[in-house]
Design a protein around this ligand. Structure first.
Ligand SMILES: CC(=O)N[C@H]1[C@@H](OP(=O)(O)OP(=O)(O)OC[C@H]2O[C@@H](n3ccc(=O)[nH]c3=O)[C@H](O)[C@@H]2O)O[C@H](CO)[C@@H](O)[C@@H]1O
Ligand SMILES: C=C(OP(=O)(O)O)C(=O)O
Length: 431
């Protein structure tokens, strides 16, 4: 079982290059199977979730070729199956994108119910409501979701909640439906826009992505293209919070600063200096006391729920009392008990965490309860006095490529180990 062992206490300094966005990649890799021509996708993060999705895509007959430099080639012309019942696919959220992609391409899809991080109840009613509006029938049996349509016809769909997954799924299915579809109350996240841009690059006709009304005109077929995925807003935000929490100075490079504005704004309120470049953001938190503030997670352009644990960790070592309100997922505070082992003073009531800032974390053995909370605990450990061991790091590997290598390059003392001897060796080496 792999673990991270960390010796904390030193500021993280330097530059780090941010990879492609996991949550855009998952939509784009699934959408790529809709073309019968070869699609080349660049800047694909090499993380567990993308690898699992690509294996599932191969499992239904598509050709997948891994090229150098995070580039993947997909050809969906050989798909010969609409049943995706692959063990690992159940564990990832984005398996649901194969519902929309296969429904669009083959008018039928049978996919294991999606998993993903256990951060609250994660229904797919809005996805199914949308597919039904396009003329599909659905049923759920023995953990499999089955959708099928004789004929897909455009429709006017109003989402009851702002949902990233359903917005992307419906864009995919609707671009192969006859006539026009309007998606109202659509999600506006950068990865929604990226998937729309990708589909358009394959010949789809989607307008309005990035606003809450998306208009799609169905096309007969999608062609091949070469497309580069946008930088990962959440990976970048995690390193920005690492600069703040460790009182360091980090420049996140190869990013779109606009996507990071809600995060930069909170760091400014906390007393950090932010310097924006064309494709970089520098966060300076050296030699200063962080200030408390309040934050509430909201759909884009609000503060992202996927940054909530990293934000809370920075606030846990800020001076004064802060409040963090989670308004998207009801079970995203599981890291609070783990953080208490490191000395944090946080009380959760309903969907709000009340944080009383402490001066410094102390190292402890903790377990990652999910992807982002796991990454946040690593950041806490890097700022803590002494050694920490982080268990269950497979969650973190779902979404961060070379996490420990990037942190090491910024001066962090962190190593991935898989046995007690290596763990002790690291402790002896670092001292
Ligand atoms: C693979 C991926 O991209 N995952 C992201 C995606 O998850 P995911 O697509 O699952 O999240 P959604 O945006 O769909 O969920 C937002 C809210 O809508 C609710 N809801 C959603 C669908 C539905 O059919 N019915 C319903 O009630 C959810 O319970 C949640 O409260 O967006 C989340 C919100 O930005 C992020 O935290 C996840 O990292
Ligand atoms: C919650 C996340 O992912 P998923 O929706 O795939 O569980 C995330 O990326 O933070």
């Amino acid at each position: 079982m792999e673990q991270f062992v960390v010796k904390g206490g030193s500021p993280l300094n330097g530059s780090v290059s941010i990879g492609g966005a996991k949550n855009a990649a998952l939509g784009i890799l699934a959408a790529a199977i809709m073309s019968d021509e070869t699609v080349t996708i660049e800047n694909v993060p090499n993380v567990r979730d993308t690898r699992v999705l690509l294996q599932a895509i191969q499992g239904i007959g598509a050709k997948v070729k891994y090229l150098d430099n995070n580039t993947v080639e997909i050809n969906g012309s050989t798909i010969n199956d609409v049943v995706v019942d692959y063990d690992y696919i159940k564990k990832i959220r984005a398996s649901y994108y194969l519902l929309g992609a296969l429904l669009g391409k083959k008018h039928e899809s049978n996919v294991a119910l999606p998993g993903g991080c256990n951060i609250g109840s994660r229904p797919i009613d809005q996805h199914l409501k949308g597919f039904r509006a396009l003329g599909a029938k659905d049923d759920i049996d023995k953990g499999m979701v089955h959708v099928k349509a004789e004929h897909l016809v455009g429709a006017h769909i109003y989402f009851d909640v702002v949902t990233v997954g359903a917005t992307i799924n419906l864009m995919m299915a609707a671009c192969m439906a006859e006539g026009s579809t309007i998606l109202e109350n659509a999600a506006k996240e950068p990865h929604v826009v990226d998937v729309a841009n990708f589909l358009n690059a394959m010949g789809a006709n989607i307008k309005g992505a990035g606003t809450d009304v998306i208009r799609i005109k169905g096309v007969e077929s999608l062609h091949g293209c070469t497309y580069s995925i946008i930088p990962d807003q959440i990976e970048a935000g995690t390193f920005m919070m690492a600069a703040a929490t460790t009182h360091g100075d980090i420049t996140v490079c190869d990013v779109i600063p606009k996507h990071l504005e809600s995060i930069s704004a909170k760091l400014l309120e906390m007393g950090c200096t932010i310097i924006e470049g064309d494709d970089s953001v520098r966060v300076i938190a050296t030699d200063r006391t962080l200030k408390a503030t309040n934050v509430k997670t909201l759909p884009y352009p609000g503060f992202p729920t996927d940054m909530q644990p990293q934000m809370a960790i920075a606030l846990a070592v800020a001076e004064g009392n802060s409040m963090v309100t989670e308004s998207i997922f009801e079970n995203r505070f599981k890291y609070v008990d783990e953080l208490a082992r490191m000395g944090a003073k946080i009380k959760v009531e309903g969907n709000t965490a009340y944080i009383e800032g402490i001066e410094k974390f102390s190292g402890a053995d903790v377990s990652a309860p999910d992807l982002r909370a796991g990454a946040a605990l690593v950041v806490a450990a890097l700022s803590a006095d002494g050694f920490s061991v982080i268990d269950d790091i497979e969650y973190i590997q779902r979404g961060y490529e070379s996490f420990e290598k990037k942190l090491t390059s910024l001066g962090g003392n962190i190593e991935k180990v898989d046995n007690e001897r290596d763990l002790q060796k690291f402790k002896l080496k670092i001292g």
